[in-house]
Design a protein around this ligand. Structure first.
Ligand code: ADP
Ligand code: ZN
Length: 727
């Protein structure tokens, strides 16, 4: 080696692994990398893609380091995004590499999309003209590049005709750039004429948009009040400033209708991002977001980790929705992280909901968030009239689950040629099957959960781990034949009851496990919107966002279902879900009705829904949270310790508890066996850490984990900051 060869550079690279910090690699001579560059590096025997990180490396001897294998030809991950990764890692106590991994989910996209070889017309003329050749030349006279097969197809000739012309120099090769996944939306395409309230709300959003700085605005408006129309104005304003926009939606099933609405307003669809995208499409979207070609993305929570080049607005629609919480590897709430992302990028964020989370309402009342209200539905559409059916007074017929009152209203609705929705948040036929002879209950072998009967499929299924078995004819315990009995209802069973009452009605059952998957689901939702079903029986999937113009009756089969599960948010969740689902009724001005079957008509949640007085509900709920020191007035973290055996899990959890540092403002509850004590064969114990609003929860947990026992054997510890689930 020559004496004056340039010194090797060493850079930190964050690899998609549960490592606490970036690893250091050598940059080969002649390779250019900068913070944010995506590179391929050796890791043990493998090679992985990682991101060059910021922290300067101390004087290490780069010659001893393994070199970066390749720097991808890809726009670097921006500084804001890198700070976002660091922030989430610190907040959720996740290894930064695991957060970075969420950005690196489209590996093929790190290389530029290939240009396609095409043909373009030259000045030259063919030696002789045929009818086929004439058609080709006419097609190609637009002066644009065509692909060989595309041109042949358009001209209705075989590709050999094209080859012949090319051989004569009539065409020459021209490279065609990759196609954009979506056309550019036009902010001025078809702005809605807003109503007075809407205009006031939109003006507030435009104002914060014009400033361009960080702000949070909560659009708090009843279902059908035009929240979407209003935040579209914020989207238009951000686009006018040349910024990229991210719209988060909680459900994939909702996106189709949303995309079309967006297209009506902006003349082109936004790019979609969710787990159901085809891999090729995923990579194209990722790449085009990184390059800035895609201006607006509508996506699920994971879209927060797209490598936006110049993001200037995030909208979180249905901000209260539990689907925003990820409870896998990195536990985060996308609504909260959207606010963090906007803060880091110093741009506005808009949260929209008909039933905002208590957290957001408190933030608004304490002026951390701006709040704009839309108290009335658009046009003549009135909110449905809501009544409770006291199931103690109007019980269903033997073996049934629908009160005669509800059945009567379904009949009337049918008579008027309008649609009914019966809502029950439980998939399958029955949540429990038991043997009438010996009392045997069918339980999942790997989870502490009953097996749910799915009668259409003839199976017993575990809703936690997916375990399934054929429903037997004889009891596996006592051998008695034909004595198995289904306990309680799921949507399939309600459908059976409905068909018994209304054999001639067009009835459809919708749940997330529908055969045919998301495609079928979309078709069914469209069909319902067009009026092609009379009675819809569905889970929460049909509760959200959809617009069914002819739906005038919503019956909630078991309004009490979510109330008794030990979750501090049970009342809030039930209130939100019941408001959402009854909000499906009467979206187009017809008189509509929502009916809640309940055994607790005096419960504050039922009263709030029936009276329509959501303010009273929020006031009461907020007061109770404050009294109990629950979020947002206090902080919570869950720690879930799981292991292959119960003893291991319990011992580890107890030792961890003993490692809790002394603190006056934070205390630890548990460990206690989790309500779901076994999932997928793993035994689970939970600790709950509760602190004041200003407590250093992360510092406390870090000290506790560091002082706790080493992870041994099958033991796993998961930290869940701001937990939504307590199971
Ligand atoms: P939300 O998001 O609050 O549920 P939407 O934005 O979906 O409400 O509006 C409900 C319905 O009313 C939609 O069909 C929407 O197109 C229509 N709508 C709302 N505001 C307007 C408006 N200003 N002009 C025309 N249609 C409107
Ligand atoms: Zn299971």
């Amino acid at each position: 080696m020559k004496q004056d060869s340039p010194p090797l550079l060493a850079v930190p690279v964050l690899v998609p692994m549960p490592a606490e910090r970036p690893y250091t690699y050598a940059v080969p001579v002649g390779m250019h990398v900068e913070p944010g560059s995506i590179v391929r590096v050796p890791l043990g025997p493998r090679q992985v893609a990682g991101i060059v990180w910021d922290s300067a490396c101390e004087t290490v001897d780069a010659k001893k380091l393994r070199p970066i294998v390749q720097a991808f030809d890809c726009p670097p991950i921006g500084k804001e995004m890198r700070r976002f990764v660091d922030w989430i890692a610190a907040y959720t106590l996740s290894p930064p590499g695991m957060v970075a991994r969420m950005i690196l989910r489209a590996p093929e996209a790190f290389d530029p999309e290939p240009w396609i070889e095409g043909l373009i017309r030259t000045e030259a003329e063919p030696d002789r003209m045929t009818a086929a050749r004439a058609r080709v030349l006419e097609m190609a006279s637009d002066g644009l590049a065509w692909t060989r097969s595309g041109l042949a197809h358009a001209a209705g000739v075989s590709s050999t005709v094209i080859d012949g012309l090319k051989a004569q120099g009539v065409f020459e090769t021209a490279m065609i750039p990759p196609r954009p996944v979506v056309a550019a939306p036009d902010p001025g395409f078809a702005a809605a004429a807003l109503t007075g309230d809407q205009e006031k709300a939109a003006a507030a959003l435009r104002e914060s948009g014009a400033k361009g700085a960080f702000s949070v605005t909560l659009i708090d408006g009843v279902t059908g009040s035009g929240k979407t129309e209003v935040y579209f104005e914020a989207v238009a304003a951000a686009m006018d400033k040349g910024k990229q926009v991210l719209i988060l939606l909680p459900e994939i099933a909702l996106t189709q209708a949303f995309l079309e609405r967006f297209q009506d307003r902006f003349g082109a669809k936004p790019a979609e991002w969710h787990s159901d995208l085809a891999p090729r499409m995923r990579e194209k979207v990722w790449r085009q977001v990184a390059e800035g070609g895609v201006r607006v993305v509508a996506g699920a929570r994971s879209a927060l980790f797209l490598p936006f080049r110049d993001l200037g607005l995030i909208v979180v629609d249905e901000e209260h929705d539990p689907a925003y919480k990820q409870e896998d590897r990195v536990f985060y709430n996308a609504r909260d992280m959207a606010v963090v992302r906007a803060h880091i990028g110093d741009f506005p964020v808009v949260l929209a909901s008909a039933t905002p989370s208590v957290e957001s309402r408190v933030n608004a009342s304490q002026s951390r968030y701006a709040r704009v209200a839309l108290p009335a539905r658009f046009a003549e559409a009135a909110l449905p009239d809501i009544k409770a059916i006291d199931m103690r007074r109007a019980p269903p017929a033997r073996g049934g689950f629908l009160s005669p009152v509800l059945v009567g209203h379904v009949r009337e609705t049918l008579g008027r040629g309008e649609q009914s929705l019966l809502f029950l948040n439980r998939r399958g036929y029955a949540p429990l099957t038991l043997c009438r002879v010996c009392g045997h209950r069918f339980q999942c072998p790997d989870c502490s959960a009953w097996l749910v009967e799915h009668r259409f499929r003839g199976q017993l299924v575990c809703h936690h781990c997916g375990h399934n078995e054929k429903r037997p004819e004889a009891c596996p315990e006592c051998g008695a034949l034909d004595h198995l009995v289904a306990c309680g209802p799921g949507v399939e069973r309600i459908a059976e009851e409905v068909v018994g009452h209304f054999p001639d009605a067009r009835t459809i059952v919708l749940s997330s496990d529908i055969m045919g998957g998301v495609k079928r689901l979309r078709l069914e939702l469209e069909a319902i919107a067009k009026g092609e079903a009379d009675i819809v029986i569905g889970t929460q999937l049909v509760a959200k966002g959809h617009n069914f113009p002819n739906m005038t009756l919503v019956g909630v089969v078991d309004a009490d279902l979510g109330l008794a599960n030990g979750d501090p948010r049970a009342a809030e969740r039930t209130f939100q879900l019941l408001s959402q689902v009854t909000g499906r009724a009467g979206r187009t001005g017809k008189k509509s009705l929502g009916l809640l079957q309940t055994f607790q008509p005096d419960h504050p949640v039922m009263r709030a829904i029936v009276s329509g007085d959501s303010e009273a509900f929020y006031e009461r709920e907020i007061a109770e949270r404050e009294k109990a020191g629950l979020p947002p007035f206090g902080r919570l973290a869950g720690i879930i310790v799981s292991a292959a055996t119960r003893a291991e899990a319990e011992a580890h959890a107890r030792q961890l508890r003993r490692a809790a540092p002394a603190a006056s403002d934070i205390h630890v509850l548990g460990p206690a066996e989790a309500p779901l004590a076994l999932i997928g064969g793993r035994h689970r114990f939970r600790l709950l850490v509760q602190g004041d609003r200003r407590s250093d929860m992360q510092g406390f947990l870090r000290a506790m984990l560091a002082g706790g026992p080493k992870l041994r054997g099958s033991v796993r510890v998961q930290v869940d900051i701001d937990p939504q689930s307590f199971l």
